[in-house]
Design a protein around this ligand. Structure first.
Ligand SMILES: N=c1c2ncn([C@@H]3O[C@H](COP(=O)(O)OP(=O)(O)OP(=O)(O)O)[C@@H](O)[C@H]3O)c2ncn1[C@@H]1O[C@H](COP(=O)(O)O)[C@@H](O)[C@H]1O
Length: 100
């Protein structure tokens, strides 16, 4: 599944029943969505430091999903994130750091 398709599924789940949809449950509780994103990020860090690529792949998928849900819970869309990324393409990360 592409990240764009996943974002569309998450947006559609805003109308879903929290009894049957994990996404709907998190969208109804933005603080829980943020907490789950943090948990998944830590789990991904642990797998990265262990050097287990297969487990990191699984945790990375959890991180991407929960990041999109956390953002959706605050009205931040994938389009907005992509626009911010596009704005940054003209400048390297090191140039940006030096300009602060
Ligand atoms: N990509 C995901 C996805 N990744 C992870 N998860 C769920 O995130 C939840 C939290 O993960 P954890 O490993 O923390 O689960 P846990 O150990 O039970 O959590 P704790 O109770 O211990 O806190 C689990 O229920 C996972 O199944 C996801 N749930 C949904 N999606 C996507 O969202 C779509 C819609 O899902 P629903 O909204 O549930 O219909 C799905 O078809 C998928 O494409």
């Amino acid at each position: 599944m592409s990240i764009r398709d996943l974002a569309q599924t998450i947006a559609a789940r805003a109308q879903a029943d929290a009894e049957t949809s994990w996404t709907a449950r998190l969208l109804a509780n933005p603080d829980k969505a943020a907490e789950k994103f943090g948990e998944e990020a830590v789990e991904a860090i642990i797998e990265a430091t262990k050097g287990d690529a297969a487990r990191l792949t699984s945790e990375a998928a959890d991180v991407v999903y929960h990041l999109l849900v956390m953002c959706a819970a605050h009205g931040v869309t994938l389009d907005a994130i992509e626009a911010e990324l596009a704005r940054r393409t003209a400048q390297s990360g090191l140039q940006e750091k030096a300009s602060r």
